[in-house]
Design a binder for this molecule. Sequence first.
Ligand code: RUQ
Ligand code: CUA
Length: 676
Amino acid sequence: MKRQLKFAPIAALAAGFLLLAGCGKRANVGSYQGESNQIAAVIAQRNLTPDDVLGAVSTYEPSGQHDEYVMFASGGQSGQVLVYGIPSMRLLDQIPVFTPDSMAGWGYGGAGNAILHNADLAAGPTGPAMQVRWGDTHHPALSQTDAKYDGKYLFINDKANGRIAVINLHYFQTTQIVKNPIFYNDHGGTFVTPNTRYVIETSQYAAPLGNGYAPLKDYAAAYRGEMTFWRFDENTGYIDPKRSFAIELPPYWQDLAIAGRLASHGWVFCNSFNVAMYHDDDTNGKPSFEAGATQRDTDYLHIIHLAQAEADFKAGKFTRINGFPVIPLKAAIADRILYFTPETKSPHGVDATPDGQYIVVNGKLDPHVSVYSFKKILAAIAAGNYRHDQYGVPVLPMRETIEARVEAGLGPLHTQFDDKGYAYTSLFLDSAIAKWALGGEYEKLHPDVPAWSLVQKMPVNYNPGHLAAPASDTSEPLGHYLVSLNKWSIDRFDTVGPLYPEDLQLVDISGPKMRLLSDTPLGLGEIHYAEIIPYKMLNVARVYPMGFSPRTWQVLKNAVQSGQEKIVRQGNHVTIFMTAVRSHYTPEVVQLNQGDEVTWHITNIERTPNASHGLAISAYNVNLTLNPGETETVHFLASRAGVFSFYCTKFCSALHLEMAGYLVVKPAGAAAVAQR
Ligand code: RUQ
Ligand code: CUA
């Protein structure tokens, strides 16, 4: 349809383009005079509309020019985190987290192995240890100080296996993965409290707490949900499981959550979507979950007083499940930690306005966005005018907690906020974004636009899930851009096989109307959520300190240095002390006997940024990436005899191909005889 929008003389557009271009610092209009015909010709030849040209010039980063923002996006089933530059939408990095990554040398002998191993399932009464080597990342959360981004850490969950990872943003490196000790899966994670004291992780599909067994017929009595509060230690940069705890919740399927801030500091809000507790053991011909879980008109917004829960935890009012402290449901009710208020059925996203005053809930099956007032929630709690659900949890009447309902459109999922008092809600079924005006204090920001009213709907392509806007999850959102993370792309790109990419659409939200700028396909995994931060708020290292170990997260005093290279044999244990620098390894030949136990230390002794090396050993499944200053240690058993090469995987210099060596493993016993 857009293509029929033929516009006035191309020359006029080119002139407009020149005006636009002339606004930049890099050149003035005069310097484009010679190119104007050429520009007009390209516009005509490529059949571009004025909007297309505006989108292009708003997002193009000339060679060498950097993006203003970075977006940290979940990589979905890739198990990783993706890093994009905005507005160019160039993919800058894939940070390996839950899945081995050969480009980064993550999970092939180095530090990643230990971190991944730490997050495997431990052996327990129900079965043996289990190794998991993938993840389904959903919700990244940047660390905050005083409800604002501080650019230090990123957290992300693995929905499939109930795990949380910590990524250090000085080195863009995963430093820790913790496995939830009482639950196999999660979804409502990660969300951080305003000072990153806690990282929140909530279970999704109810099950017996502690990963035990109970038949489905015992659902109501034996199945539960839970919310885990992982205590993050700012001083060490690690989650401290010993200071972490959970709260037992009824077996409603808990979904997304958000930590309150400012007005609602100390509280947490969480959706649920199967309050009907529908379950089916597949023997009675009952309908599917899809029908059963949505049979009630309302589900429950969980309102959790975290400050009180923390007090209970500190006072020892918990039981231990698999050794992990859990505040029982009964105690959570008795100590006024947990309340519900109805929400329209099958809700998905819950988001807090920047001031923490309103809680915005989107019910997938209701065209309205429901806005709850935190003040009213507190008043309803104080009034004590509630009934109880079947587990005894107080249910605050919806009419007392709700502030407004905004008719946004079909299938509202998630909401983001800008700096001008507007909210943006994705409409999955409408394939659109609804921009609407906030009320309360926010009315001052847009005196001519009525509070809680729809302002604009803009189509997107297609079926948006989350939206992401810079600093939307903080007390100071920045506006400017919005990324629509669309689940389906249908006809947007050349078809590359039956698995379609997602479509990330960049939208300009700086003006009164939303404006589409660009489409970016993503064929690496399904982005669920993303957070966006100005690049200047990060403090990114260019090289490691010399001898830095990503395994211990420290500079190792005994990391191999230049001149100290050697191979030491003690019985059948061989220790290799190796360095890498453009363009050779020292030593270059390693001679072993079949059956030797090998410990291989290697340090990249470069100080030049960008001078990374690799260490790949054929057949032994060893593949390291060594950034300048980095030291790594690999252990393996020389179980296979033969002549193996090891080589540098990073094209580091003109003589990179020569950066190689021989690993010669002499056969033992009979094998030696068979050798020709
Ligand atoms: S999800 S499309 Cu956040 Cu996992 Cu909503
Ligand atoms: Cu080092 Cu190639």
